[in-house]
Design a protein around this ligand. Structure first.
Ligand SMILES: Cc1ncc(COP(=O)(O)O)c(C=O)c1O
Ligand SMILES: [Zn+2]
Length: 476
C-alpha cells in the first residue's frame, strides 16, 4: 500500500488538531476545561489506496481494515512496511488465542434471524451481529486492541508503564486477556459487587485487581476515580471510554464497517440499529463506523440509531431529551420536553416525528451551533447519575455516558432517538434472544433487543421494518 498521511486526530469537542508527529496522544490537550473532549480519527478517504472495505477474504478486522486505523499510518510514517504491521497484528492475535481458549479477533457473524423476528410479530429482516464469541466474550477487547497497537507502534517509550482500567466485567476481562497476551502489567479497578467468577478469571490472567468501595454521599463511580488517580501517577489509560483514550472509539469502529459491509453484500438496507449504551464507546464507534460507510455510498440508507439504556440509569436519555428539545424549539416544534420515562404510544410517536425533523435540519448552521454550545457546556447535559443504579443489564449502568457527544451526533443525524428498556423488556429480550437465535448472551448482551421490544410495544416499529441488533456479552 502506498503511504500518505491519510489519517489525523481531531478533538470531536473543541476541534483541536493533534500533529501527526506527536504520535500516541490519547486525550485532547484541552480536556478538563469544562467542555467535552474526545480525540477522533479522521480519514482522508480519497488518499486511501484500497477500497474502504479492504480485502474481504482477510478474517482479522485489524488487518482487513488496516488502512482505516491511525496506528497503521503512524507505523508507515515510522518506516514500517505493510508486512511488518500485519505481522504485528497477527502475532498479537496468535498470542491472544493462546490466552483466551482459542478465541481471537475476527470479523464476527451477522445473520438474519427470522425465528426471532416472528417472535416479535415482525416479517422484515432482523439481523443479529454476534459478538459473544469474540475475544473474552464481548466486543470490549476491540476498543482495547487498538490502544495496544498504538502502544506497540509508539515503541519503547511506553514499555515499562502499567495499563489501567476501571470496569466491573466485560471490559476488564478483555483488558486482562490482551495484557496477558502482550505481557503487560494491568491494574483493574472493580466495584465491591463484581461477579466473583469474573474476579477469579482476572486474577488467573495475572491482572492486579483493586476493589473500590463507594463512599457515602459520593457521586460518580469510585472505580473510575481510582483509575484516574492511577493514570495521573503514570499508568496508560487502557480504557473503554473515548474521553480517556480516543483510540478506544477508533478500535470499535470496525464493528460499524462490518455491519455496513454485511448489508452491502446482501444488497439490503436497515431501518433501525439498536445499540446498548453504558459508557458509550460502543454506540459511538458503531454510529461512526456505519455513518462513514453510508457517506462512502456503501449503504443506501442510514438506519435510525437507537441507543438503549435502562430505567435504572439513563444519563444519555436525559442529555438527549435536553438537546433534542432545545434544537426542536428553535425549529418551532410545538411539543416541549418529553419525559424521558414516558414510553406511551403518543409520546414515542412525538419523539419519532421530532427526530425526523431534527435529522432533516441536522446540517443547518443554527442546529450545528446549538450542538457546539452543548458540547462546550458539558455539565448541563451530562452529569453522574445520582443514585446507585440497578438493573439485570448491569453492564450498561455507568454513572455517566462518557462518550455521549459522538452518540448524539450519530443519533440526531440518523433520525434515531434514545430508548429506555424496562426490566420486563430486558428479561423478555434475554429469553427470546436466546430462544430465537441459540446465542447464549446475558441480559446486558441482549439489551439492544430489549430496546426494539420496547419500541414495538409503543407501536413505533412497523411489522415490515428491517432492524439490526447487537448481541455482545456472553452468559457467565
Ligand atoms: C456486554 C456489553 N454490552 C454493552 C456494553 C456497553 O458498552 P459501552 O460501555 O461502551 O456503552 C457493555 C459495557 O459497558 C457490555 O459489557
Ligand atoms: Zn478538545
Amino acid at each position: 500500500m502506498a503511504h500518505g498521511r491519510a489519517s489525523r486526530l481531531v478533538c470531536g469537542g473543541c476541534g483541536e488538531q493533534i500533529a501527526f508527529e506527536a504520535g500516541l496522544v490519547a486525550q485532547c490537550p484541552r480536556a478538563g476545561d469544562g467542555g467535552d473532549h474526545v480525540l477522533l480519527r479522521q480519514l482522508d478517504e480519497s488518499a486511501l489506496p484500497e477500497p474502504w472495505f479492504g480485502d474481504r477474504s482477510e478474517p482479522n478486522p485489524y488487518v482487513r481494515f488496516r488502512q482505516r486505523f491511525h496506528a497503521y499510518h503512524q507505523a508507515l510514517a515510522l518506516g514500517w512496511s505493510d508486512a511488518q504491521y500485519c505481522d504485528l497484528v497477527n502475532s498479537l492475535n496468535t498470542a491472544i488465542a493462546k490466552v483466551d481458549q482459542g478465541r481471537k479477533f475476527h470479523v464476527t457473524a451477522m445473520s438474519q434471524v427470522p425465528a426471532l423476528a416472528a417472535m416479535l410479530g415482525m416479517h422484515g429482516a432482523l439481523w443479529v451481529k454476534n459478538e459473544t464469541e469474540h475475544v473474552s466474550g464481548s466486543h470490549k477487547a476491540r476498543h482495547l486492541f487498538n490502544i495496544l497497537l498504538m502502544l506497540r507502534v509508539a515503541g519503547a517509550q511506553f514499555d515499562g508503564r502499567p495499563l489501567a482500567i476501571a470496569s466491573c466485567g466485560n471490559a476488564a476481562l478483555g483488558a486482562a486477556v490482551l495484557a496477558a497476551a502482550a505481557q503487560r502489567i494491568l491494574h483493574v479497578f472493580i466495584p465491591t459487587d463484581a461477579n466473583p467468577r469474573v474476579v477469579e478469571r482476572l486474577r488467573k490472567l495475572g491482572a492486579e485487581v483493586t476493589i473500590c468501595e463507594r463512599q457515602e454521599d459520593q457521586t460518580g463511580d469510585p472505580c473510575f476515580a481510582a483509575f484516574l488517580q492511577d493514570v495521573a501517577a503514570g499508568a496508560v489509560p487502557f480504557a473503554c471510554q473515548g474521553s480517556e483514550n480516543g483510540f478506544a472509539i477508533e478500535g470499535g469502529e470496525a464493528l460499524g464497517w462490518e455491519i455496513a459491509d454485511t448489508l452491502q453484500l446482501a444488497d439490503a438496507s436497515a431501518d433501525r440499529l439498536f445499540v446498548q449504551v453504558g459508557g458509550g464507546a460502543l454506540a459511538s464507534a458503531v454510529g461512526r463506523g456505519v455513518s462513514q460507510a453510508y457517506e462512502l455510498g456503501a449503504i443506501a440508507q442510514l438506519p435510525r440509531l437507537h441507543p438503549v439504556q435502562t430505567y435504572g440509569a439513563f444519563p444519555l436519555a436525559r442529555a438527549y431529551e435536553h438537546l433534542a428539545d432545545t434544537m426542536a424549539q428553535r425549529l418551532g416544534f410545538s411539543q416541549h420536553w418529553l419525559d424521558e420515562r414516558d414510553a406511551s404510544e403518543a409520546t414515542i410517536a412525538v419523539r419519532q416525528s421530532r427526530a425526523d425533523l431534527l435529522a432533516a435540519h441536522w446540517h443547518d448552521p443554527e442546529m450545528q451551533e446549538v450542538f457546539r454550545q452543548a458540547i462546550a457546556q458539558r455539565s448541563q447535559y451530562m452529569w453522574p447519575w445520582e443514585t446507585p443504579p440497578h438493573s439485570i443489564a448491569h453492564g450498561i449502568l455507568d454513572d455517566e455516558t462518557y462518550d455521549w457527544v459522538a452518540i448524539l451526533r450519530a443519533t440526531l443525524a440518523s433520525a434515531g432517538f434514545v430508548v429506555l428498556a424496562s426490566e420486563d423488556h430486558l428479561e423478555t429480550a434475554r429469553i427470546l434472544g436466546q430462544e430465537g437465535t441459540g446465542i447464549a448472551a446475558d441480559p446486558t448482551g441482549t439489551s439492544g433487543l430489549a430496546g426494539l421490544i420496547a419500541l414495538r410495544q409503543a407501536g413505533a416499529v412497523a411489522d415490515h421494518e428491517r432492524c439490526v441488533v447487537l448481541f455482545t456479552g456472553a452468559e457467565r
